[in-house]
Design a protein around this ligand. Structure first.
Ligand SMILES: Cc1cc2nc3c(=O)[nH]c(=O)nc-3n(C[C@H](O)[C@H](O)[C@H](O)COP(=O)(O)O)c2cc1C
Length: 188
């Protein structure tokens, strides 16, 4: 079981990062191979809408997304983690999602079959406010991605009311939920 965590927060050691680490810790405790990718450390461009792609559905732009495509393909479970920025996903996260347009085209326009491997999908997020609609907004975009990459939306975990870097550490109940979520992802 290979569990891939993708963080869309620019803040290393921030709330998203801490929450994602807890989920991965839980998965590791159940024997999964875990990996974390921090989008902010990758060099990649936004989708150029060139409508051009390789036979395998990957994009022709040669940048760090090429490595991420392979990891996403190989993963049995994907945890997408993003802070809420302006009521939505972070720019880093959205930029990554748009780059999966090549897979969307392969699947729906060119009718090319994907690998057929069913993945588990999980979305985790944090925000300063208590606005449930912001999480719902972000979630609808993530669900869209998960359909495209053939991941079943299995789990979610949201922590409102955290702003200062690391303030999620005050929410030990949420971190416990995150650990247990990771255990479930790696188990069933
Ligand atoms: C550019 C930016 C936009 C933000 N927009 C919102 C927002 O719309 N709603 C909200 O509740 N919090 C918003 N926040 C607060 C972050 O969601 C919050 O600080 C979060 O804990 C950051 O997570 P991180 O530590 O993983 O980066 C925003 C923060 C930034 C930097």
């Amino acid at each position: 079981m290979y569990v891939l965590g993708i963080s869309g927060s620019p803040r290393i050691g921030g709330n998203t990062d801490i929450l994602l680490d807890k989920v991965l810790e839980g998965a590791l405790a159940k024997g999964a191979k875990t990996e974390k990718v921090i989008l902010n450390t990758l060099k990649f461009s936004p989708c150029q809408e060139c409508e051009n792609m390789r036979d395998d559905g990957t994009c022709i732009i040669e940048d760090d997304m090429q490595v991420l495509y392979r990891k996403v393909e190989e993963a049995d479970a994907i945890i997408l983690a993003s802070p809420i920025f302006f009521g939505s996903l972070s720019a880093q996260t959205k930029m990554m999602i748009d780059r999966f347009q090549c897979l969307w085209r392969a699947k729906y326009i060119l009718k090319k079959s994907m690998s057929g491997k069913k993945k588990k999908g999980c979305f985790i997020s944090v925000e300063a406010s208590e606005r449930r609609d912001f999480f719902d907004n972000a979630k609808s975009i993530v669900k869209n991605l998960f359909v495209t990459i053939e991941a079943e939306y299995r789990e979610e975990l949201f922590c409102p009311g955290v702003d200062k870097k690391g303030s999620i550490l005050m929410h030990q109940d949420v971190l416990k939920d995150a650990f247990e979520l990771g255990e479930r992802l790696a188990s069933d």
